[in-house]
Design a protein around this ligand. Sequence first.
Ligand code: 13P
Length: 260
Amino acid sequence: MDTRQPLVGGNWKMNTTEDEALELARAVIDACDADLAQQCDVCLFPPFTWLSQVGHAASDTPVLIGAQDVSDKASGAYTGQISAQMLLDTGCTMTLIGHSERRHGLGEPDSLLNSKVHQAIDQGLQVMLCVGEQLAQREAGRSEEVVANQVLAGLDGVLKEDLSRMSVAYEPVWAIGTGRTASPEDAQTMHQRIRAELERQYDAPSASGIRIVYGGSVKPSNADEIFAQPDVDGGLIGGASLDAGGFIEIVRAAASSAAS
Ligand code: 13P
């Protein structure tokens, strides 16, 4: 029996002006009533520059606010970086780490991502560790091996008691922003593999407690079938999270997948 509360994140990436961000956040907050929030956790990941304003709009509401990245350093001479403590000050409770647009786009290695995971956890943030294979790796039949290695490297040294602060987002790189999604069966297979890897590394209760969400061209029209998979515990939504109405439909799909 799975008792994991679904989690749906809206990763706005480098989109929205300040006004657009506030309008979008308010629309999501208004639609996310107590009933819905009880069935599905919702976290918005705006650009850094709007975190305070969006954090303020979301304070005293069930909608959580997260950052798209965090520094692996606590403070100091690191021009352009944002520390976990700075994020906490804006009202953030979560951060993405290892999104493919940083892992592959900016070449962030596993060792850096692991160091960010430790820094975020030590400072009290929740972490959504993003993993996913590239197209060539999938075509070479290496998807499961690649993703399992990313999970293990990202979590290296993370203690079992800190796993409650972690979630994993499986985002196949070839599905991000392309309109192509993993089939529900492929997503399930990978999520199951990730959970098995967590069980091997930690234990069964820890592995079954961790939320593994799917990301990559999720939209209202395909959310139901993806979230219906037993090891898919919600989604990390990019493009479709920029429309409040569509995003809330996706949240409702995740909520009803848990209820059914
Ligand atoms: P899309 O939903 O636009 O494919 O983006 C997915 C993603 O990268 C979320 O982090």
